[in-house]
Design a protein around this ligand. Structure first.
Ligand code: HEC
Length: 461
């Protein structure tokens, strides 16, 4: 974890009655509390939030955790909450509070509603000019948390260095587990590690092999000219210190990919895990989770008017529209994604959607896009089974809808922008063009940002 005292401030700036359950010790990271869009009574007119450092649900959640983290003190005994006690409006009952090196010179005041207060400076003597600038001071204070760099105590920079070299463990990546891939990550690291499971553990619908899957990843490397597929780096024989692997993760690899796992003792006596073959890929928010977050915030209700619901609606609109854009760019690059479920797409930092599940991709030119034939008789029509012949490369775009568009909010956005994807002739048309050697232009930016449409905005005198 990288130390970011600003995040504590985001948290100080936003706590609300929902904070009352902080003592539970359990945070559901897939369903963060709403800090970013809290309702503020109309008589509150001030907001001391620092410009350029807006409150986010993630930032405030991390701040909430750091507020209780004793590792921010020199000897791991004192956290912010030691002196700022929630049950006392985040103040302390003794006149002076106890820190790592004795007692404080002044009383630890309550911190409630700091962002809305009329005073803009902090501490009794107003020596902190902003909330943001206040936060690291207790950590650096010789008495309070002790990273003062004086009297033999370590300095703030030492704390940061120490946190950066964490003892954090590799864990099973959150989200829906893959059918043929095992994915793990280091929580503070922006990348995930993907390894291919051993064949005997694939579910029956995945008729593939390690070699085929590797060849699909290779195809992506050679073929992605549209930037809609997450790039991977491929490594073999990668060693990690054993104690940095969470036991659940080790158990998962042992269970699903025993051929890939080896535990060795190094010459210095430490143990290491060696993974035979692994891909490293940038971590993204799975699109299904991105949409679920928006549903949970009320985005699926077209009549809701709260700011959170409106924002959630925008999130759905953007996610679904971008999903279709991603597929269309892939088509332009002659790629049929195969498995187009939402969970196989990820949202990058700036909202761009990319595809990252490669085990079923095919060239568009190798697929046979068909319309579902008209039923021959009533029996066909009523049949719950597929009554028509389906070849191995046959794809029926009309049938994507029931898999992908169960949610009405998603369906309406999808139909507005991308209903053509449910039409065999769209795919067929692209296939023909590609076969004729046509290369479709794909632009990395939105249309309105292209030079071609930009006007000169200055007027020379
Ligand atoms: C050892 C006890 C102690 C610890 C630990 C501590 N504080 Fe304080 N806090 C105080 C005292 C005492 C004051 C008043 C100091 C002063 O005015 O000189 C204060 C003042 C503040 C203020 C100013 C409030 C105002 O209205 O001016 C803020 C904000 C604050 N602390 C936040 C924090 C945060 C965040 C942490 C953890 C990073 C923290 N404190 C850790 C004792 C503590």
């Amino acid at each position: 974890m990288k130390a970011n005292p600003k995040l504590i401030i985001a948290f100080i700036s936003v706590w609300s009655p929902s904070f009352a359950n902080a003592g539970d010790g359990v945070l559901d990271l897939t369903q963060l509390a709403n800090y970013a869009n809290q309702a503020v009574p109309s008589y509150i007119t001030k907001n001391n939030t620092t410009a350029g450092n807006p409150i986010t649900d993630k930032g405030a959640t991390l701040g909430r955790v750091l507020f209780h983290d004793k590792r921010l003190s020199r000897d791991n005994t004192i956290s912010c909450s030691s002196c700022h006690d929630q049950s006392r409006a985040f103040g302390d009952s003794p006149t002076a509070s106890t820190g790592v090196n004795g007692t404080t010179g002044r009383h630890a005041m309550r911190l409630i509603n700091a962002p809305f207060a009329n005073e803009v400076r902090f501490f009794w003597d107003e020596r902190a000019t902003t909330l943001e600038n206040q936060t690291t001071q207790p950590v650096r204070d010789h008495v309070e948390m002790g990273f003062s760099g004086t009297s033999g105590d370590p300095a703030f920079a030492d704390l940061v260095a120490n946190i950066v070299q964490t003892e954090e463990q590799f864990v099973v990546a959150p989200g829906e587990p893959g059918l043929v891939m095992s994915v793990f990550t280091l929580p503070s690291f922006e990348f995930v590690f993907k390894l291919i499971k051993d064949k005997e553990f694939y579910p029956p619908q995945k008729d593939t092999t390690r070699e085929i899957i590797q060849s699909k990843y290779q195809l992506v490397k050679q073929h992605d000219r549209v930037g809609r597929m997450a790039d991977t780096l491929e490594y073999s024989g990668v060693g990690f210190p054993l104690q940095r692997f969470e036991p659940e993760l080790l158990a998962e690899i042992e269970k699903f990919a025993p051929s890939q796992l080896q535990v060795n003792t190094r010459s210095d006596g430490t143990q290491e895990v060696i993974i035979a073959h692994v891909y490293i890929e940038r971590r993204m928010i799975p699109l299904n989770i991105y949409l679920q977050e928006a549903f949970d915030a009320g985005g699926a209700d077209p009549t809701a008017t709260s700011p959170a619901a409106v924002q959630a609606r925008v999130q759905i609109e953007r996610g679904v529209a971008e999903y279709g854009n991603a597929i269309k760019d892939l088509v332009a690059a002659n790629i049929f994604p195969g498995d187009m479920l939402w969970k196989n797409f990820g949202v990058m930092r700036h909202g761009k959607v990319v595809f990252y599940d490669y085990d079923e991709i095919e060239y568009i030119t190798d697929c046979n896009f068909r319309k579902v034939p008209a039923p021959r008789n009533e029996e066909d029509e009523m049949s719950g089974e597929i009554w028509y012949h389906v070849g191995p490369r046959d794809v029926f775009p009309e049938t994507f809808g029931p898999f992908l568009l169960g949610n009405p909010a998603v369906r309406s956005v999808f139909m507005k922008h991308h209903s053509d994807l449910l039409d065999a002739s769209f795919w067929q048309g692209h296939k023909e063009k590609i076969s004729q050697g046509h290369v479709h232009d794909v632009f990395p930016y939105e249309a309105d940002k292209r030079f071609a449409v930009q006007r000169l905005t200055y007027s020379p005198d």
